[in-house]
Design a protein. Sequence first.
Length: 334
Amino acid sequence: MRKTTGEAWEAGRPVHRVVVFVRPGLLPMELGIVHRLFGTAEDDDGRPLYSVLTCASAPGEVSTDTDFSVNVPHGPEALESADTVVVPAAVEDYGPQERGRLAGPVRAALGRVPATARLASICTGSFVLAAAGVLEGRRATTHWKSCAELASLYPEVDVDPDVLYTDDRGVLTSAGVAAGIDLCLHMIRDDHGAEVANTVARRTVVPPHREGGQAQYIDRPIRQVDDSSTAAARTYALQRIGEPLTLEELARQAAMSVRTLNRRFRQETGVTPMQWLGRQRLDYARRLLERSDEPVDRIAARSGFGTGTAMRQHFREVLGVSPRAYRNTFRGTA
């Protein structure tokens, strides 16, 4: 759970301040994503967990890529008290001349961000983080159409074109617009646990969790695929998440061969069936740790890991903490 600066207060308590830094040619949907998701995150008493502000290099009217503009009340000074800064895409990201013209003011504005703040970008907002130097030596992504350009302009950045979002030591990037939703939910989940993130997702009517490693929907040559889907296999697996499941069993549910099931899973989710199942089990175990006082061994059995030892290993590999430490963080219990 991330600490707050204490600069933002709600009902007499500090809340995490999210500042959205916008630029001319803003994509309005990306601004709305941040306000909607962080703005609806609440604690058990219905109190907001985040304060969300919008700022620009100078306060006032900011153009968008549509037929309306946005009135931004805050200048770059708002960044000085940010716990998280989110940079959405803008039209100038797509033109080298426009990027160069705005690079100076943008770098100056981001220079105000506290060293402890989390930085995130949506879509081609990653170009701003790269220009500011914060992506150097880090793994990052952007919209698949712009990945090659990002890698060419900033060779010091480890650009991954095949993922929805990245999270590398407090600096996060996401692919296209919809991946911004996944990124914001990922940050909320890291801050306050799976249950809070899932509630936000339900209110917004979006999937609660798409892993960052899922493949972008990249335009590829048209290919023939059969009419079947992995949906039946996934539903079957989720209904039996605590049971040992095999590839052959899942393939039978999908009425496919194992080879076809593997191929279709990769096409639809970017991972193998067993990788997907492992992620669902991890997410289910996280919710049980947050909601219940059940022993780790019992949760391991219910979520399909089999033993507490196996679940502890999985938690450390994926989350970097033990199940007990995870529970202590989000429930404050031993």
